[in-house]
Design a protein around this ligand. Structure first.
Ligand code: HXC
Ligand code: NAP
Length: 295
């Protein structure tokens, strides 16, 4: 019996809190927002597409009975971030937390990228994250509000990855920001943590990273030790915990949720998997032992 598709925290665990979730109108941002609302939080979601963000905010409010406000905001533009923050404060009075979830990405050999394509990804992911963190941070420090920030990175933030180089550069910058500000702003009671998800099917990521043309070659679930991709609720459970007061002593951490994928594929010999038969291992062992023989 598996419980990972079920909500985990107790009812009302986020009651009285208001969070901003960037990119909260689709995919994982939407799944996290939905669960925050179910746990009693009020949530402001933002993204560039007016229709998408407003419809999602409406649907989420109706589905959960919670209060969700959709605001158009391009996180690359600091003035738009400040304006979003002001609208959020006007509506809900006080903001207690931020999830930097908005991202841009697509798979491509790096030499095919224009410098503008590189800028686009780094601007959404890294600049967007520091714009929001800075605007909210100043507000929290000036108003003496204790707060928490959750940054959504990915496992290649620390190992890097071919074919998604702008995203890898940007996500690793976001991880550095997480760890740095966790220490610097700890004294203001502002916590910074990150989640590094492995593959979780969403339209946004799948269209741009696992296109149909080579879905078979990538055989994504075969790369994952537990043999499956992630379910949105298990990510939402982890995010809700890190955003809650229960995680008050967790600061500067990055939690990987990938079924063991990066360890398996990051280790020098891990790729071998089941490719070597037991008989071949016998031969290998014999040969290694014979080389060890002391004359
Ligand atoms: C080469 C490309 C390209 C492609 C765009 N460009 N797509 N170059 N190959 N496939 C170039 C454009 O030609 C342009 O450069 C520059 O990039 C900017 O493109 P625009 O379309 O003008 O930008 P914009 O409208 O801002 O759109 C941004 C975007 C788009 C990133 C390109 O895909 C987007 O809106 N994405 C948001 C959602 C998203 O990406 N979600 C996935 C996150 S998944 P020129 O030189 O022509 O001006 C994720 C998971 C990681 O991060 C881990 C998975 C396991
Ligand atoms: P997604 O649905 O495409 O989410 C990205 C969101 O960011 C969209 O709602 C998009 O909305 C918004 N966005 C993009 N540019 C923006 C900008 N300049 N300003 C404001 N909002 C912007 O993809 P997802 O899979 O849910 O990804 C969510 C997060 O998880 C990302 O940080 C991603 O890197 C991370 N992640 C995902 C996976 C996975 O397997 N899915 C794995 C590891 C990490 P608009 O287009 O309306 O602006």
């Amino acid at each position: 019996m598996h419980h990972y598709t079920e909500p985990m925290l107790r009812d009302g665990a986020l009651k009285g809190k208001t969070f901003i979730v960037t990119g909260g109108g689709t995919g994982l941002g939407k799944a996290m927002t939905k669960y925050f609302l179910e746990l009693g939080a009020q949530v402001v979601i933002c993204s560039r597409k007016k229709e998408v963000i407003e419809t999602s905010a409406d649907t989420l409010s109706k589905e959960t009975g919670g209060r969700c406000l959709g605001i158009v905001c391009d996180v690359r533009k600091y003035e738009e971030v400040e304006s979003m923050l002001n609208q959020a404060i006007e509506k809900f009075g006080k903001i207690n937390g931020l999830v930097n979830n908005a991202a841009g990405n697509f798979i491509s050999p790096t030499e095919r990228l224009s410098h503008r394509a590189f800028d686009t990804i780094v601007d959404i992911v890294l600049k967007g994250t520091y714009n929001c963190s800075l605007a909210l941070g100043k507000y929290w420090i000036n108003n003496k509000i204790n707060a928490r920030v959750l940054n959504i990175v990915t496992t290649y933030a620390w190992v890097g990855s071919a074919y998604v180089v702008p995203s890898a550069c940007a996500k690793s910058g976001v991880l550095a920001l997480t760890r740095s500000l966790a220490v610097e702003w700890g004294k203001y009671d502002i916590r910074f943590n990150a989640i590094a998800p492995g593959p979780f099917p969403t339209e946004g990521a799948w269209n741009r990273l696992f296109p149909k043309a080579f879905q078979e070659e990538l055989a994504i679930d075969k790369r994952i030790p537990v043999g499956r991709v992630g379910q949105h609720q298990e990510l939402a459970n982890l995010a809700a915990y890190l955003m809650s007061d229960y995680a008050a002593y967790v600061n500067g951490e990055v939690v990987t949720i990938d079924g063991g994928e990066w360890m398996r594929n990051g280790g020098e010999f891990s790729w071998i998997g089941d490719a070597i038969s037991p008989e071949m291992w016998d031969q290998v062992e014999q040969s290694i032992r014979s080389n060890n023989k002391k004359e």
